[in-house]
Design a protein around this ligand. Structure first.
Ligand code: SF4
Ligand code: F3S
Ligand code: FES
Length: 232
């Protein structure tokens, strides 16, 4: 089938403003959008710029706006979108070129919540044991691939780029509810700042955008409750 693809392009070094490039592409219904993007780059315009790596929904590098919705280009098929497809960079982060955005603010927020195991007590001679229930407590949050689909679909983040955002909160949840970790108070303190947890207005865009089906809004509410419970 022939499909019509419109791509939002922008090279700050030579373009005064973003523009749309239009492409007709021969594709199969089962081709991934990443295949279509590769075809355009390899056969029509080598200057078209985007990130990709694993092509299997694991690395999180090819988050884009497909027909207005944040998705991973490698996880959506042509048949999911139809004959007319628009591709844009994810919103709220500065465009470096075409679909490549500056991810530094996103990863700065991730780093701010101390996304690593903290435990200064004496190490056990073997492993730090955990029950199945204790492990289940934060299982959803372990599935995050840091693609930024959630944070860049959040209306609060669009208006306030300083908001830590749902991805950072999900990754805080990952450690706050880990029974082996001792850094919860420190992380909750970071999340309790003016651009932290309380900026969330339960818009749910993040939950709908997550390619890993993480119930993000629910996790955010759990962190809010934990903070209130500890302050009570
Ligand atoms: Fe991506 Fe989901 Fe992680 Fe957000 S929570 S960064 S949408 S995988
Ligand atoms: Fe934003 Fe998700 Fe909250 S979209 S407002 S972080 S529920
Ligand atoms: Fe790795 Fe799509 S290229 S998630």
């Amino acid at each position: 089938m022939q499909i019509n693809v419109k791509i939002k392009r922008y090279n700050p070094e030579k373009d005064s403003r973003p523009y749309w490039s239009e492409h007709k592409v021969e594709a199969r219904a089962t081709d991934r959008i990443l295949d279509v993007m590769n075809k355009i780059k390899w056969e029509q315009d080598g200057s078209f710029t985007y990130r990709r790596s694993c092509a299997h929904g694991i690395c999180g590098s090819d988050a884009v706006l497909l027909n207005g919705v944040n998705r991973l280009a490698c996880s959506v098929l042509v048949q999911d979108l139809g004959e007319n497809i628009t591709i844009e960079p994810i919103r709220g982060l500065e465009v470096i070129r075409d679909l490549v955005v500056d991810m530094d603010p996103f990863f700065d927020s991730f780093k701010a919540i101390l996304p690593y195991f903290i435990n200064d007590s004496i190490e056990p001679s073997l492993e730090r044991l955990q029950t199945i229930e204790e492990r289940d407590r934060y299982d959803d949050a372990t599935k995050c691939i840091l693609c930024a689909c959630c944070t860049t679909s959040c209306p609060i983040f669009w208006t306030n780029g300083q908001y830590l955002g749902p991805a950072a909160i999900v990754n805080a949840h990952r450690f706050i509810f880990d029974s082996r970790d001792e850094g919860a108070a420190e992380r909750l303190n970071v999340l309790n700042q003016s651009n932290g947890l309380w900026r969330c207005r339960t818009a749910y865009n993040c939950t709908e955008a997550c390619p890993r089906d993480i119930p993000i809004t629910k996790l955010i509410e759990e962190v809010k409750r934990e903070l209130l419970w500890r302050r009570a």
